[in-house]
Each structure stands twice: as C-alpha cells, then as structure tokens.
Design a protein around this ligand. Structure first.
Ligand SMILES: Cc1ncc(COP(=O)(O)O)c(C=O)c1O
Length: 366
C-alpha cells in the first residue's frame, strides 16, 4: 500500500463541481480582483473566527508582515518568536528591520512563556506565538505577559484554522491573527493565499489599503503599499471549503485519535488537554531513532516529513539578522526527535491502520 504525505488531487475531486461552477461564473463576469466573492469570504471567515474583521491577502506571510507594519514595528524594535517554526515567522520580522529574538519551545512544540518572559526588554514590541501543528499555544500566559509589558500579540495562525482554546478560535486572541491558505493547510486554496483577522478598526482600514498599493480610492495613494490581495476565484474556493471546515478538522482529529490509541505505547504522542481542540494540521511523534523509522516507513510506501529539522536560530539566514547566538535546549533536542506522520482528510481508515501496523512491525524488529 502507498500512503503519500498528502493527496491534493483527491481533495479536488470532492469539490470539483462546485469549484468549476464558481470559476465559470467569476470568469464570465470578469470580476477577478476585490470583488464580491472576496467580501463574502472575508465576512464568513470573520464570523467563523469570532472577530469583527477579516481581510484576504496574497499569502499568510503578508498577514504577518502587514500586522508588524500596522503596529509601526521596525528598526530598533525587538520581536519574540519561537525558534521552532516555518521560516516565514522569522523573515517577516527581519524584513521590517526589527530584531528577531528567538524563544525556546515547550514539549508540545509551542513557544514557552517562561522563555519569553526572560527575553523581554524595553525594545520588545511584540510576541508572535505560532499555534504550531494546529494546537493553540499557552495563550492565557502569553496574553498576561503581553498585557503586563504593554506589548502586542500577533498570532501566527497559519496552521490552525478552527483550532480552539476554551471555546475561542485561533485568530481571536491577539491584535491580529495571520492565516495561510497554502495548499498544505487544512483550509486551502488552489495556489497561494492568506487571510488576517482583527477586532481593531484602524488596523483593518490600514491593511485594506496596504494590500492594495496603499490606495485609498482608485486614484489617490495614501502611502506606498503592496499588491497582496486574495483574488476572487481563490476566495470563492476558500468559501466553498470553509463550509466544510468542521467536517475536515473532525476527520483530522479522528485520525489523530486512531494514531494516539495505537501508538502511545511506542512513543510520545500529541494529546490535547480538556480546554484545547487541536486540528492536527500535522501529527508529530517524538522518537530518538526517528531517522531509522523514517527510512523504514519509506521502504513500506509511507511518506513522512520533519517539521522542522533545522530550528530557525540555526538557519544560515539567522547569521544576518544580528541574532545573539545562544542555545535553545528544547528546540534543538526536539528537532532531532520529531517525525510527522501522514494525516489528511482523504486518508482512509485502511491507510491509517496500515501506518500503525507498519510502525508496530518496526518495533517488533528493533
Ligand atoms: C507557521 C507558519 N507561518 C507562516 C506561514 C506562511 O504562510 P504562507 O506560505 O501562506 O506565506 C506558514 C506556511 O507556509 C506557516 O506554516
């Protein structure tokens, strides 16, 4: 049996009729940019997250960049981010001119508030917690730290559409929530895309302009901006999929439960506590001989990945971001043990059982 890491082609089949219909309608109208499909998706997404506003963007990275710019963060400022994340959490900070300050992570791979506390200085302007793998961070503690120190929380919600903590959704805790609609995310479009949530009217108005060249109307430019709009066709696709996001996330959660029940005797598995509802964008186990297991599973037709093998502070690019080199023990240790197993909506129970069976076989031999 073959178990790929994801299967986007299969997902298309499920939505094909609706997507083609939307494509045909929008193409016939010729209304591709900043049209009513985008407005509708933004309205639906804000409602889904429980925020006042949502703004569709070209990608999730721009959601972070524009959040930082909207808060006037730049040269001379410091921004704390977890050292275990995708590179976009880092370069968006570096490109504003602000200094990246890397915090260590907890065993659940999310930013450690104790590490954050130690890193706050007079120059700290924001913390960017990443709800990695679709699990909400220790957000109560982070909100408390941010309030105490009068700094902003920008949620990197790229991997966590629909994830909850105490019945509140990802993207509704910080000054902004930054979502990616990249094809590998639970809610995704057919190319690049992103969306930002906020309750702040001023930020909403600023980002509405910055994503559209800085224009305040067709002819008048208030400030130099960017071209980063979620186009109408992508917004229509996202809106179609948003309607089934709970079903999609529940399938991820069911697969995670199947894995957890069978694999918890072999290694540490990701378990939610009572208040959290993770969406398992990634299902990550920890195992000291993970490279060996990875190779074994590859031979059995099972594709796995490592999210992420190189911590951000160890990336070559970090040399140029005036970062004081220091060791982040948990992040570095975890990066050597983590392994992401296949998990996606279209994965069948048979495929999940096959992965479990092969892992059990591996342990019989090792
Ligand atoms: C944690 C995290 N932050 C930011 C991003 C950037 O999103 P995008 O690729 O849509 O720019 C991603 C995904 O790629 C991500 O996983």
């Amino acid at each position: 049996m073959k178990v790929p890491f994801v299967n986007l082609g299969l997902q298309y089949k499920n939505y094909k009729t609706k997507i083609i219909k939307a494509f045909d309608r929008i193409s016939s109208e010729g209304n591709y940019i900043l049209g009513k499909d985008l407005l509708k998706f933004e309205k639906d997404f804000a409602k889904f997250c429980g925020t006042r506003y949502a703004i569709g963007l070209g990608n999730g990275s721009d959601a972070i960049s524009f959040s930082l710019l909207s808060l006037n963060i730049g040269k001379g400022d410091e921004v704390i981010i977890p050292a275990n994340s995708f590179v976009a959490t880092a370069w968006t900070v570096a490109n504003t001119g602000a200094k990246i300050v890397y915090a260590d992570v907890n065993n659940d791979l999310n930013i450690d508030p104790i590490s954050v506390k130690k890193l706050i200085t007079k120059k700290t302007k924001a913390i960017i917690p990443v709800h990695l793998t679709g699990k909400i961070c220790d957000i109560d503690e982070l909100i408390y730290i941010a309030k105490q120190n009068k700094i902003h929380l920008i949620e990197d919600s790229a991997q966590s559409v629909g994830a909850e903590y105490k019945n509140k959704k990802s993207g509704s805790f910080g000054i902004t929530g930054c979502f990616s609609l990249h094809p590998l995310k639970n809610l995704h479009v057919h190319g690049d895309g992103g969306i930002l949530t906020t309750n702040d009217k001023n930020i909403y108005e600023y980002i509405n302009k910055i994503r559209n060249h800085g224009l305040k109307n067709r002819d008048e430019c208030e400030f130099w901006g960017y071209n980063s709009r979620l186009d109408n066709i992508q917004a229509a696709i996202a809106r179609i999929k948003l309607k089934s996001i709970n079903k999609i996330n529940n399938r991820f959660r069911k697969i995670a439960r199947m894995y957890n029940n069978e694999l918890k005797t072999y290694f540490e598995v990701p378990i939610d506590d009572d208040n959290r509802k993770s969406i398992f964008h990634r299902y990550i186990i920890k195992y000291s001989k993970r490279d060996k297991l990875k190779k074994y599973l590859q031979k059995k037709g099972i594709e796995t990945k490592i999210n992420y093998p190189i911590p951000l502070h160890k990336q070559e690019a970090s040399r140029t971001t005036n970062f004081k080199k220091k060791s982040l023990k948990n992040t570095e240790q975890l990066s050597k043990k983590i392994l992401s197993l296949p998990i996606y909506y279209e994965m069948t129970d048979k495929q999940v059982e096959y992965v479990i069976w092969q892992i059990k076989n591996y342990f019989k031999k090792h």
